[in-house]
Structures are given as C-alpha cells and as structure tokens.
Design a protein around this ligand. Structure first.
Ligand code: PLP
Length: 411
C-alpha cells in the first residue's frame, strides 16, 4: 500500500490523552443524551468562571485596532506590561523586547523547542508532566528524559537524582511551578537548586509559570527568573488560567539571564514567530489591563473562595474515602489522587477511568497520561463547585467499592 495517507511516526508516538479517546467517548455519550461531568480539562470558562469584565472591555474597545496582522512578537503594550511585571519581581532591567506574545503558552513551547533541538537532543521534563512538554520535545525531534517528582517527596524533584540524568546531549530543563498535574508549589531552595544545576551544565531553563497566582493557604509562588541569572531562563505565563481567558489564546515567554549569549537563539524563535505572521491580536489588548490593578484571582484562591472551597471538598472526600490518597495540592487547579494499592493492587488507571465514564458519567484523566509508569493515579480539575465535586467523589467511591468487591470475588 502507498504510504500517502499514513500519519507521521512522530505524531503517532505523541500522546495527549486529556483530549483523547476517553474524551471522544464522552462526546458520544453526550450525543446519546447523557450528562457528563468533565473533570478532565482546566478550562475555567466551562465552569462559569468569567474573564474579568475590565479585560473584556479592553478587548471590545480595541477591536478596531485588531484587524491587521500584529507584530510577530506581540503588540507593544502587552509586551511592556509583562516586562513591568518582571521588573516588579526584582528584574528591574527587563525590557519589552525580552517578551514574546504567542497564541497561548502552547504555541510558544513549540516555538522555543523547534528553534533549539537537533535530532536526538535531550530535554529534562518532570514526571508527572503536563504532556504538552513531552509531546513538543518529541515532535521537534528531541528526546524527553523524565525526572521523577515522587508523591513521597510531595511531588518535588530530587535535584541530585535529576543531575544524574544529564548527558552531553541535554539542552534544557523544564520546570512547571505551580505544577500541573500535581499541584506542587516549589520552595525557593528547590528552585535555587534547579537554577544552579541548569547554570552548572549550561542548560536553558524553561519555567512554565502559567499558574503563578494560583496558590493556596501558606504556599507562595516564587518566580524562577530572578534566581537564574547564570543561564538563559525562559519563563512562560498567560491569560488562560489566572485570568480565566483560555479561549483568547494569549500567552507570553520572557527571556532573562544570559541574553547576549542567547541572542541568536532568541532571534530564531522570533523568526518562527514571523513565519506564523502574528498571534491573535484582540486578546493581546487585555494583557495590560489584566496585569495592572486588582488581581481578582485572589478572591477565588483565598480561604472561602470558589477554588479554595472546591479544593477543600476534594481533600475532605479523599480523607473520608477508604480507597484514595492525596498529596494536598498547594497550587494550580488540579488534584492528583492515587488509588490505594493495598485495596486495589490490580488497578489499571485507564480501565478505572473508562468505567468511571461508562458507569458514572464522570470524565477524569488517567495518571499514566502524564508520563508516569504508575497506574494508580488520576487527575481531576478543581474548577467545578464544591457540591459537584462531593457528588463526583461519592460516585468514585461507589465504583471503587464495586471494583474491590469484584476483585475479591475473582481471587
Ligand atoms: C502547565 C501548563 N502549561 C501550559 C498550558 C497551556 O496554556 P495555554 O492556554 O496558554 O496554551 C497549560 C494548560 O493547561 C498548562 O497546564
């Protein structure tokens, strides 16, 4: 057979199960008339969390200036606003030309890796990870080398273990803080150790900080860039999560640290940005408004706020369950519970997620979709109302009870 219609092997190799086969099956069930609770995606707008009104006004007022292609690196007020945020974080010299605006962090991740990787080059990616990072490394000809962030260590990386994975082919180190899927928020000590490691081995640091203002209780977000002046650090942020504007597709990458050495590379990223002409312009007009003034995300994450209450509902449900364990998420908008091995030793996370969908109409993401071997985890988003999550966990416990009973009856 002629290979004309065959999918490229790289694309076949890549997985993105957050929107994969289970999500397709959920759509079929919906078409048959069932209500499905989608706990698979951190999409605030889908759960009634609106983009702040000031941002919506900023876009509407500037629509008439959004009809032409914009500059490939983004419109000036947006870049300047992000630069000023970094000045406020202690990097007082940050200039607008260190900032690139893209169609979400997703696009920028692709551009920075495509500009960097030669075939076989290695990139250190956390496991579990947000699978876009692994996918983008593979699609750009690289090899993702996963460094474990274990539950026993509150999902923090073990930096000395990580160092042993570095080879002559390692080009970059990816850090996701606050973390998706685990909710870990890294301490200054851990971040410093990662920055020092990157500098010692001359690795580019890619710091994905899209959840930067979503921290609970005593957790504090510490930006990587001020700690990483001895290498090139590229920090990522955007409007999707903190500003609840996923659909506008606005993200940014900020280049700091060893800029002179990295000028050729930065220009290469800009060249790829030019090839796609410009990012969506309308949403960029909201960046300045978003980053200035009152940060309404604080109302959602503070004690009693919507996200805090939902997180508490999950913590309480896991506490009450005979089947589940959880490392308390301290940031981002997910929980990553595990199903107790002593209760269900044979459990397979994909089978569990499939049964949960078929029998309880709840869609979660199996833990192994986040590039870990362990088959006892699943990820949910904390975005629904607390009561919805309470009901969901009742259904999860019912299913796990049934699965445990049927396991006992077959052994
Ligand atoms: C860690 C992380 N990085 C990047 C993204 C993508 O963000 P964007 O909407 O800006 O493309 C997500 C989305 O869930 C994420 O969780």
């Amino acid at each position: 057979m002629k290979p004309n219609f065959q999918t490229a092997s790289r694309v076949r190799e890549v997985r993105y199960e957050i929107r994969g086969a289970l999500a397709r099956r959920a759509r079929e069930l919906e078409q048959q008339g069932h209500d499905i609770l989608h706990l698979n995606i951190g999409n605030p707008g889908a759960f009634g969390l609106r983009t702040p009104e000031t941002m919506r006004r900023a876009v509407v007022r500037n629509l008439k200036y959004s009809e032409a292609y914009g500059p490939q690196t983004g419109i000036f007020p947006a870049r300047e606003a992000v630069a000023m945020q970094f000045q406020g974080r202690g990097l007082t010299d940050t200039r607008f030309d260190q900032v690139m605006i893209g169609n979400g962090v997703s696009e920028l991740v692709d551009l920075v890796l495509r500009s960097l990787l030669e075939p076989g080059d290695e990139v250190l990616v956390p496991a579990p990870d947000y699978p876009l990072w692994t996918a983008a490394v593979v699609l750009n000809g690289g090899r993702a080398v996963h460094y474990p962030c274990r539950a026993e260590n509150a999902f923090m990386p073990d930096v000395s273990e990580l160092e042993k994975l570095i080879t002559a082919k390692t080009r970059a180190l990816v850090v996701i803080n606050p973390n998706n899927p685990t909710g870990a928020v890294y301490s200054e000590e851990t971040l410093r150790a990662l920055a020092d490691l990157a500098a010692r081995h001359d690795l580019i640091l890619f710091s994905d900080e899209i959840y930067d203002s979503i921290c609970f209780d005593e957790a504090r977000f510490i930006p990587m860039a001020p700690l990483a002046s001895d290498t090139l650090c590229v920090s990522f942020g955007g409007l999707s999560k903190v500003y609840r504007a996923c659909g506008w597709r606005v993200g940014w990458a900020v280049f700091t640290g060893q800029l002179e050495r990295a000028e050729d590379y930065r220009l290469a990223v800009e060249k790829l940005a030019a090839l796609r002409l410009s990012a969506n312009v309308p949403g960029q007009w909201a960046v300045q408004t978003a980053l200035g003034g009152y940060q309404s995300i604080a109302d959602l994450v503070t004690t009693g706020g919507r996200l805090h209450a939902s997180r508490q509902a999950v913590i309480d449900a896991v506490e009450a369950s005979d089947f589940l364990d959880l490392v308390t998420p301290m940031g981002a908008m997910y929980a990553f519970p595990s199903i107790r091995r002593d209760r269900l030793p044979e459990l397979d996370d994909h089978r569990f997620a499939a049964e949960l969908l078929e029998r309880k109409h709840i869609l979660v993401v199996p833990g192994s979709s986040f590039n870990i071997e362990d088959r006892h985890y699943f990820r949910i988003t904390l975005l629904p109302e607390a009561e919805q999550l309470e009901e969901a966990f009742e259904a999860i416990d019912e299913l796990l009870t049934e699965m445990a009973e049927s396991q006992e009856s077959t052994t």
